[in-house]
Structure formats: C-alpha cells, structure tokens
Design a protein. Structure first.
Length: 381
C-alpha cells in the first residue's frame, strides 16, 4: 500500500530543509524528504571529527546576508557566533593580504602607503576595458596584469579547469579590490556561523516539524516513487539528471577534501606561522593560486571560535565531475548556459514539480540566496 504525502522533497540541503520546515510548521502539510547522502544539511553539513574539532564536511560555508528577514527566519533555530571572515593568499613563497587591499599594496612595495598612493598605482596598472566580457577582463580592468597573475589566474585555472577568458565576468569580479584596509573576505552586513553548527540548526528545524516530516537517507528518490503518492514535488538536485540528461550532461566541477588533524603539541611548531597558539595557519582560509594541486587550505576553527586544543585543516582539490563524484559548482560559461536553457524551458512546463536551489537552477548562489528562493517558493503557495 502506498504512503501518502502532501509534498515530496528531493534533497535535504538548505532548500529542501527550509521548504519542509515552512510547509509543516506553517501549513500543517506532510512532507517526505528523500536524500541520497547519509545525513541532512547537504553541503552545509558539519560534524565533530574524531579529535573533537567541529569541521565543515564539504568545505567552508561562510554564512552572510544583508536580509533581516532571512536572519530572523534562521534565528528561530540557531544562536549565532559573529565572525569577520579573513583569508590570506600564498604566492611567490609568502602570505599576502587578500582580497587585495591597502595592506596588500604595502606588502608589495615594502613600506607604508596611503589609499591615494594605491589608487594612483592601480590607475597605471589597470587595462582600460569599459565592459568586461569575461573573468580575465574583469580582473585586469580593476587591478592590471601583475595582481591578476599573482592571485587570480592560477587559482581560476585549477578551480574551473577553464581559462578565465572562457568564464563569465561575474566569476572573478565577485572578489573585491579595495584601496582601504578592509581585509574582510565578504562585504555583507551580517556575517556569522550557527553557534552550535549547521547540523544542529537543521536538526532543530526537523524537531519543530514533528511527525509531519519524514526523512529517508541513503536513498535515491526514483526508488521511492513507485511506493508513494504525493501532491507536488520540490526537486533540488541537478536538473539535467532529472531529465536523464536528454539534451546532454551539464558540466559541473567537483571537489575532493583532504582532512588532517593536529594535536596541541604539533601545533606548537606552527605558532610562528599561525601567529597565535592553537592554530596551524595564519587565517581561516589560505588560497594557493600558483603552488600545489589544491586551491586552498581551510582551518575553520578560526571562524567557529571553538575552544579546542586540537585543530583540523582541510585541503581542497578541484576535480572533474563524473560517476561517484558530487556536483558542487555549475560552470558559469556561455556553452553551459545555453544547454541549461533547454532544460529550463522544459522545466517551466512542469505542473507537479518545482525546481529549487543551486543545482536545480544551474546557478551559483550564496546560502542566503538559496534560503530566499525556498521562502519565495513557499510564499507562492
């Protein structure tokens, strides 16, 4: 006998969890969440590793937003640990302030300087391009060839396996160039992490939903379809896979994560590099644009504020997408966009399925944008 639900939600990531919470707590609707992984939370999942360090399982997830509505919504299920996310870039054998700011300029010239000096220097370095057509043009039009080669070119080639000239201008223009001493990685007004972690926040959402929401983990939703009845589906997976890649497979980039934990005794040897006790590196994130196969090393303990003698770093290796790999990043290039439009046109005709989230709409979104999208879909109901 089939089980009946008001909604089938494919994927237990941000979009799926928000929709299930809203539908159940606000409308009293029953929802079945089907998730292929062994946990809730999608890529935002975090966990305590074997040495007690709170770690982001799938790379760093730095929550930030300018939306009071989204902050207020999540605050029902979490307290916050405020943090200003700061990173470094390791290039030419040393650490640099990044994103590029006045401190970076002083490191380049080897003395103190003013914002006016830096602005004058940038004016000479910039390549005059009024409407950048790609990521290379976006960067050189802001800061010139030297900084482009030092910080952007190698990182982009590794991350996307495409030259910046092949990528939309938005890819690299997301990284600011500042002439003051603002070295924050992000510019949004509210920057914080869930105080008890993302996973605990998601668990609280499910607790609020009670018996109205059922979760099936380690399950392909297609295996469930013959055994359930539902009124409407929210799909958060790759849109091309929903249609069996009938127009061709959309390109994605995947990632491989290499975790390494250090004891308090081992960290003592890194104090001169980290600049403080109990850490392995000098910032939460260090980019490696021109050295090594990985793109960055993340030590998220800098951001979580966890009081723990040990610390864990995660090296992040870009990888080709294929069987057994996760689709992390839609590729923002013209050929991929044109192919996605074919799927999007077909999706618009669906009446029993709504496509929500980064993979389902083939676009790179920040976390607050995904939450906003899910809330907007709920409001449409």
């Amino acid at each position: 006998m089939s089980l009946k639900f008001d909604y089938l939600i494919v994927g237990a990531g941000l979009a799926g969890m928000v929709l299930a919470e809203r539908l159940s707590t606000q409308k009293g609707k029953t929802c079945l969440i089907v998730e292929k992984r062994k946990h809730i939370g999608g890529n935002c999942h975090d966990h305590y590793d074997d040495t007690g360090v709170l770690t982001h399982t799938y790379g760093p997830h730095y929550f930030r937003t300018n939306s009071p509505r989204i902050k207020e919504y999540l605050s029902q299920y979490t307290e916050w640990h405020p943090v200003a996310y700061t990173i470094k870039s390791f290039s030419e054998g040393r650490y640099w302030s990044f994103p590029v700011n006045l401190n970076t300029f002083e490191e380049i010239i080897g003395r103190t300087a003013t914002s006016e000096e830096f602005e004058t220097w940038l004016a000479k370095e910039r390549v005059p391009i009024s409407n950048p057509a790609n990521s290379e043009e976006a960067v050189i039009s802001q800061c010139g060839w030297d900084l482009y080669n030092k910080f952007f070119l190698g990182y982009t080639l590794k991350q996307w396996k495409r030259h910046p000239k092949e990528l939309d201008a938005s890819v690299c223009s997301r990284i600011p160039i500042r002439t003051n001493r603002d070295d924050r990685y992000l510019k949004e007004e509210f920057q914080a992490l869930p105080k008890a972690g993302y996973t605990r926040m998601f668990e609280r959402m499910l607790e609020a939903s009670g018996f109205l929401v059922k979760v099936m983990l380690n399950t392909d939703y297609r295996d469930v379809l013959p055994h359930i009845e539902y009124g409407h589906m929210f799909y958060t997976g790759p849109i091309d896979e929903f249609y069996d890649c009938c127009y061709g497979a959309l390109p994605y980039r995947s990632l491989r994560f290499e975790h390494e934990t250090f004891t308090a005794e081992q960290l003592k040897n890194r104090e001169n590099i980290a600049g403080k006790t109990g850490y392995w590196q000098p910032a939460m994130q260090v980019n490696y644009p021109n050295d090594h196969e990985f793109t960055r090393i993340v030590e998220v303990k800098h951001a979580t504020g966890q009081q723990c003698a040990n610390s864990t770093i995660v090296r992040e290796y870009p990888a080709d997408y294929g069987p057994g790999k996760e689709a992390y990043y839609p590729i923002p290039a013209e050929d991929a966009t044109l192919l996605y439009k074919r799927y999007a046109e077909r999706a618009e005709k669906e009446t029993k399925v709504t496509f929500v989230g980064r993979l389902a709409t083939y676009r790179y979104y920040n976390m607050d944008q995904v939450i906003g999208m899910a809330l907007a879909e709920f409001n449409k109901l």
